[in-house]
Design a protein around this ligand. Structure first.
Ligand code: ATP
Length: 231
């Protein structure tokens, strides 16, 4: 197992955002975290990333606690997009790649490859704020994967994208998976998860109400699984 979340709880004062959550994500798999707004998905991600400390429980990568001083293991596409609007696309990505310890000579061809793949090469020298929301989201995705992380966390990666861009992003995600990246992504849309994931967990008020292999869950719950994810 590459990512293990063991009996993890996160409390904010009296409120419990994540409640004794246990999940395991095998290496190279794509894992779907489902749940309505406020179910605890983002809080779980922020704990995996080391941005929040669990109140209780442990998170491990390949059997060890995650060493956050090595910032290269994880890539993160946050739900709230966090680009610098005044920077040009290429400057922005170059800056983020450098932050992750990449060499300029390695970053530039990688940026080029991704911009080409997402059909936005002409925007390399435009300021981020000049791009549409969908194109900004693609830049944010590139920022998450530029350093080739082993573990990729995608918080609602398809929200706000038109169908063409959803397909582009899905193909990119599938390619990363084929290359061995372990991917955890959240969605409140069952169809994306069904298409991409072998294992899922449905969170409700911080608790895993259903977890396991999607194929098995569908066999056991049938269409009810669509009902379970709502709150
Ligand atoms: P969404 O899709 O709306 O982001 P989510 O499943 O990601 O939902 P979280 O953002 O993890 O849910 O929130 C889980 C619960 O924890 C919510 O009730 C939220 O209000 C609460 N919460 C999250 N962050 C904090 C915080 N910093 N302080 C207090 N409560 C918080």
């Amino acid at each position: 197992m590459s990512l293990e979340i063991i009996e993890v709880t996160k409390r904010f004062g009296q409120a419990t955002a994540v409640d004794h959550l246990t999940l395991t994500v095998p290496e190279g798999e794509m894992f779907g975290l489902l749940g309505a707004n406020g179910a605890g998905k983002t809080t779980t991600f922020r704990m995996i990333l080391g941005l929040l400390l669990p109140t209780e429980g442990v998170i491990r990568w390949q059997g060890e606690p995650i060493d956050y001083s090595k910032g290269h293991l994880i890539g993160y596409l946050p739900e709230e997009r966090g680009l610098y609007p005044k920077l040009k696309v290429q400057e922005q990505l170059l800056y983020l790649g450098r932050l992750r310890g990449m060499k300029k000579t390695d970053i530039l061809p990688e940026i080029d490859r991704w911009l080409e793949r997402f059909h936005i090469r002409d925007y390399a020298n435009k300021r981020v704020e000049e791009l549409s929301k969908g194109n900004q989201q693609k830049i944010q995705f590139i920022a998450a994967v530029l350093h080739r992380p082993k573990l990729l966390i995608l918080d609602e990666p398809f929200s706000g994208l038109d169908p063409v861009n959803v397909e582009l992003l899905k193909e990119a995600v599938l390619d990363l998976k084929r290359n061995g990246t372990t991917i955890v992504f959240s969605s409140h849309r069952m169809e994306h998860v069904e298409e991409l994931c072998e294992h899922v967990c449905i969170l409700r008020r911080g608790r895993a109400v259903v977890a396991g292999a999607l194929r098995e869950l569908k066999r056991s719950f049938g269409k009810q699984i669509l009902v379970i994810q709502g709150d």
